[in-house]
Design a protein around this ligand. Structure first.
Ligand SMILES: C[S@@+](CC[C@H](N)C(=O)[O-])C[C@H]1O[C@@H](n2cnc3c(N)ncnc32)[C@H](O)[C@@H]1O
Length: 181
């Protein structure tokens, strides 16, 4: 990701988001794109974000979970999402937790619509490879109970190698640092 950013940003610094190698009160904004859900310790992350921001700054979060348009593939593929806690970084779940750190939600802005084609078998393969972070630490019992039935249903769909048009709507959540907790 740092290699991807090279040339697009003036300055790059590598560091753990829960121990940022940056001075206190030195930024007006923090932008976290598909990142908050990967950093397990929200308390550590937000303490650092608050430390490096000046009062009145903004935190911009692109959550990991988009709104997914219904089709026969998506209706099966995302069935386990809620059961595995997917989508906790969407604003209606994250905003109440960020209030404790002094952030108020200003609103959500719809950003990109991501369009792609996928077959049921391709989706089943990527679930089995655990491509998404919500699947990384699913234990064997939960896998058998919650995930495997989704894989089986995807493979049993009619024409499992035929592509379906998928549309995902992505968001940007805007929070302002009020300092009130
Ligand atoms: C899904 S990628 C998103 C990258 C980029 N923001 C983008 O929009 O394409 C998530 C990134 O978060 C990084 N990451 C995961 N845990 C992290 C942590 N504790 N501190 C800093 N970065 C972390 C990963 O290395 C990866 O580059």
């Amino acid at each position: 990701m740092l290699a991807q950013a090279q040339g697009r940003l003036a300055r790059l610094v590598e560091g753990d988001a829960s121990r940022l190698p940056l001075r206190r009160a030195s930024f007006d904004a923090v932008v976290a794109v598909w990142a908050v859900h990967l950093i397990g310790d929200l308390e550590a992350l937000m303490s650092e974000v608050v430390r490096i921001l000046r009062p009145g700054s903004r935190l911009l979060v692109v959550p990991s979970t988009p709104d997914i348009e219904s089709n026969d593939l998506a209706d099966i593929a995302f069935r386990f999402g809620k059961l595995l806690g997917r989508g906790w970084d969407r604003s209606w779940l994250l905003a109440p937790r960020l209030r404790a750190f002094g952030f108020e939600l200003e609103g959500d802005v719809q950003t990109a619509v991501y369009e792609f084609d996928e077959t049921p078998n391709q989706r089943a393969d990527s679930i089995e490879r655990r491509d998404w972070s919500s699947l990384w630490d699913v234990d064997a019992l939960t896998w058998d109970r919650v995930v495997q039935p989704v894989v089986d249903d995807l493979r049993a769909m009619p024409r499992p190698d035929a592509q379906r048009a998928c549309r995902h709507h992505h968001f940007l959540s805007v929070y302002s640092l009020t300092g009130k907790q």
